[in-house]
Design a binder for this molecule. Structure first.
Ligand code: MN
Ligand code: MN
Length: 461
């Protein structure tokens, strides 16, 4: 090697593709973990299903249900089920909480999708549809003309709950949002992408067969209500107390000849939620660790299942009090990885990225010291000291990772839950998997980045 080469190696920073340096054994670890992740993706397409999955995994690993106010001891393994839509999973360690704090990992388990309105069902043109109000930041045109499955709950008049999951098993019917044929799209084609499909045209096709004896208006709708009544015992009014969502009916698949990538609905942010769960349930750390699976991130983290709720503060306070610590000093000593996805650099759209500060696919989990755009607006911005702490930890544990921000300064932007945790006086930085086509019905991630995120979480807790 030339002198310049040696000097460059010593002084210059370089991003490395994990697959390039991984040995056979490591690649097997990466691929095996990915198979388990894909099973999670197919089982848990909504926050409710992800919470159910997480509770089962927690129970299998000896965690028991926590009730607020319950006494806790070192060694306890607990989960707190927040209304079936968000989960807190924690382990009480043996280190002093006022100096070591709680090591927190926070990811979200809601993903962009199409929610039903409370009066959804109507009939027109011989077809029955559900009216919808989409959830989170979607490009509406991407959600037409693809198979959709229906997920959620209906609370009936008597208070009983019906769980709905139709369209994900082979043999199930699926649902659909109509789009215009190209032959009649001349006018639509002239519209900007954001207006080509309106929110009110995202109607879900749910049937087209009238009741036998009635050819009067409304009999396709009546037939659907009749089918739903026979199957679930519900009437039209029961939709008012329901939470029903349409998500893509695709399951997770390997992408590419080399199978290095995974395509799936809702990697954002289940690709962080899954390694979070695994890191905590696999860990035998003596630290006190807390994992949060939050709801409502995609709509602003509001409400009692979102990250802005008081519940995180309450749980830290309860843990501190029962163990005899001041919750204020525990928070001051606590640390958090806000585990959310980032945009992977996409060579098909190079104009929106600043390449030197973009996350590259397969180069590892990516840290964003700050989010926001146009003047770092809306970011908590981690301190250099905390980034230094995490960096040292990753170096000591052989975690391959990278650093990035989301897109160009004047273009980019996208918040995470980091600021809500940082506001509690907890050192927090964003870390997670780079995603291609984020918020599309089918997103893509690298298996190497998934595994790197798992390794990063294990090192942190
Ligand atoms: Mn996210
Ligand atoms: Mn998102």
């Amino acid at each position: 090697m030339s002198n310049n080469g040696k000097l460059a190696e010593k002084l210059q920073m370089k991003k490395n593709n994990i697959f390039e340096t991984a040995d056979k054994e490591k690649i097997k670890l990466i691929f095996d973990f990915s198979e388990e992740y894909k099973m999670f993706l197919d089982k848990a397409k909504t926050e409710r299903e992800a919470t159910d999955f997480a509770i089962n995994l927690a129970k299998e690993n000896g965690f028991t249900e926590y009730r607020l106010g319950e006494r806790l001891n070192s060694g306890d393994k607990k989960y707190y089920n927040n209304r079936g839509k968000s989960l807190y999973i924690f382990k009480i360690g043996s280190r002093p909480l006022d100096s070591d704090g709680i090591h927190i990992l926070a990811a979200h388990i809601d993903s962009p999708r199409i929610d039903l309105k409370q009066v959804p069902l109507y009939e027109e043109g011989g077809m029955a549809f559900f009216k919808t109000h989409y959830y989170g930041g979607i490009k509406k045109y991407q959600w037409t003309a693809i198979p959709l499955s229906l997920h959620g709950v209906i609370i009936k008049k008597d208070g009983s709950e019906i769980k709905i999951r139709i369209g994900d098993n082979a043999g199930d019917p699926v649902f659909y949002i109509n789009d215009l044929l190209p032959h009649l799209s001349q006018e639509q084609n002239q519209k900007p992408l954001s207006n080509a499909i309106s929110g009110e045209s995202l109607n879900i096709l749910v049937g087209g067969m009238p009741l036998k004896e009635g050819d009067e208006e409304g009999s396709v709708k009546l037939n659907i209500l009749n089918i739903l009544n026979e199957k679930y015992g519900i009437t039209e009014e029961d939709f008012i107390s329901a939470e029903l969502s349409c998500v893509p009916a695709f399951n997770a698949r390997d992408i590419g000849f080399d199978r290095s990538l995974i395509g799936a609905y809702g990697h954002d942010d289940r690709v962080c939620a899954y390694p979070l769960l695994r890191a905590i349930t696999d860990s035998s750390s003596d630290k006190t660790v807390l994992g949060v699976l939050a709801d409502k991130e995609e709509t602003g983290s509001l409400g009692n299942t979102g990250m802005q709720s008081m519940l995180l503060l309450d749980i830290i306070t309860e843990i501190s009090n029962t163990l005899g610590y001041s919750p204020i000093s525990v928070r001051a000593a606590s640390k958090c990885l806000s585990a959310d996805v980032n945009a992977a650099y996409d060579p098909n759209f190079p104009d929106v990225y600043e390449k030197r500060n973009s996350a590259m696919v397969s180069c590892g989990t990516t840290m964003s010291k700050y989010t926001g755009a146009r003047g770092k607006s809306g970011t908590s911005d981690a301190s250099a000291e905390f980034v230094g702490y995490v960096r040292k930890l990753f170096a000591e544990n052989g975690v391959q990772w990278q650093t990035s921000e989301l897109g160009k300064v004047d273009l980019g932007g996208g918040g995470t839950v980091a600021m809500y945790i940082a506001n509690l006086n907890i050192d927090t930085v964003d870390l997670g998997v780079p995603v291609i086509s984020m918020h599309a019905p089918y997103e893509v991630i690298s298996k190497a980045d998934l595994y790197s995120t798992y390794e990063a979480f294990k090192a942190f807790i």
